[in-house]
Design a protein around this ligand. Structure first.
Ligand SMILES: [Ca+2]
Ligand SMILES: [Ca+2]
Ligand SMILES: [Ca+2]
Length: 361
């Protein structure tokens, strides 16, 4: 579904790019995000063309080289189509201004699915700049992008292991439906297949100790997909095939986008859940043994893609309202909901910096 959305993004983005390029004569800026030289000027030119600018925040300077760990604390990465096609931005959740900036600038391709390395110095992401979706990584300031996968299939949804050595992702390289794989985070070598079944496995998220992954396993039913259902399943990250299924859902009932985190010393999984095809998706949480299921959003909007802050006290997520997705944040208990980043285009897939904000900042 994400890949399909990505293709739509690309088409819309290309059309917008053609209009914009005609007006301002922007040259192809290259696949590499040469941000320090280009982004500042381009941002000023591009924002009005998007019709929305940075929404609730402002476009400031890019990180630039020499990013420090302190500077990524509180930053929430997200993908947005507010420019010509999808780029990765950040929004600072640790400031009242919620300042935003572009991290990638690749105007002929879609950059999506951002994910931090556990030390906050690198970002893994998906780009189709070489023709099909591949997993890439780059410095957190957008410099030095490097392709990690090289397969004609769709390689999507990277998740960096807590020890920094592996990246889990999903791919349909072995058959039509997605399976979960891991690879070396250094160079994409040593690919291991983690799941092997007749369903579609999606959105891997590592356990805090790095030994397991929680995934959303979708069982496809019928041509329309209305009766398809999605369960949360925990699989051993070693690929030994050991699994624990956390939910036993009925046709139409879908759990997806799990994120495994820690709050007050206890492990929790936040996820998006839809009771049936006729109802909206909301954010829920459960313990990793499937108990203590609690609904966190109740406003009747489509709420999905939840993501914990490093201490688990906050949850970033995407909400569909006024015709597009925006990035929101709420407390662990679902209270104190606020918008973090909004535009008239799709703002999706938040990923919270793993670097904690120091007390007193
Ligand atoms: Ca792009
Ligand atoms: Ca690929
Ligand atoms: Ca939006």
């Amino acid at each position: 579904m994400r890949a399909k959305r990505g293709a739509e993004d690309k088409r819309q983005g290309n059309a917008r790019w053609a209009r914009g390029a005609a007006r301002i004569g922007l040259r192809w800026a290259g696949a590499a995000a040469a941000l320090s030289a280009v982004a500042l000027g381009a941002a000023a030119l591009l924002a009005p063309l998007g019709g929305c600018g940075a929404g609730g925040g402002q476009i400031g300077e890019s990180f630039g080289p020499g990013i420090t760990l302190e500077s990524v604390a509180g930053l929430v990465l997200f993908a947005t189509t507010r420019d010509f096609n999808s780029e990765i931005y950040y929004v600072n959740a640790n400031s009242e201004e919620h300042e935003q900036n572009r991290v990638t600038l690749a105007i002929f391709s879609s950059e999506t699915d951002p994910c931090w390395s556990p030390d906050g110095t690198q970002i893994a992401f998906v780009s189709n700049r070489t023709g099909n979706p591949e997993i890439w990584r780059m410095n957190a300031d957008g410099t030095n992008p490097m392709k990690l996968t090289d397969d004609r299939a769709e390689d999507l949804e990277p998740a960096w292991s807590p020890d920094g050595t592996r990246i889990a992702f999903k791919s349909n390289r072995d058959h039509e439906l997605y399976e979960i794989y891991t690879m070396s985070a250094i160079d994409g070598s040593d690919v291991r297949r983690i799941t092997n079944n007749e369903q579609s496995d999606n959105s891997p998220s590592w356990s805090p100790d790095g030994t397991r992954l929680v995934v959303s396993r979708v069982t496809l039913v019928g041509a329309t997909g209305e009766d398809s259902y999605g369960d949360l399943v925990i699989v051993d990250a070693s690929g030994n095939g050991n699994e624990v299924q956390l939910t036993q859902h009925q046709p139409g009932e879908v759990a997806q986008h799990p994120c495994w985190g820690v709050h007050n010393g206890e492990e929790w999984i936040v996820y998006a859940y839809r009771p049936s095809a006729a109802e909206d998706t909301d954010i829920y949480r459960m313990r990793p043994d499937g108990t203590d299921i609690t609904r966190l959003t109740t406003d009747g909007a489509r709420n999905s893609q939840p993501c914990f802050s490093p201490d688990g006290s906050k949850i970033a997520f995407q909400k569909f309202r006024r015709g597009s997705f925006d990035i929101y944040v709420m407390d662990f208990d679902g209270s104190n909901e606020q918008v973090l980043a909004e535009s008239e285009e799709a703002d999706t897939a938040p990923a919270w910096s793993p670097v904690p904000v120091q007390q007193g900042e």
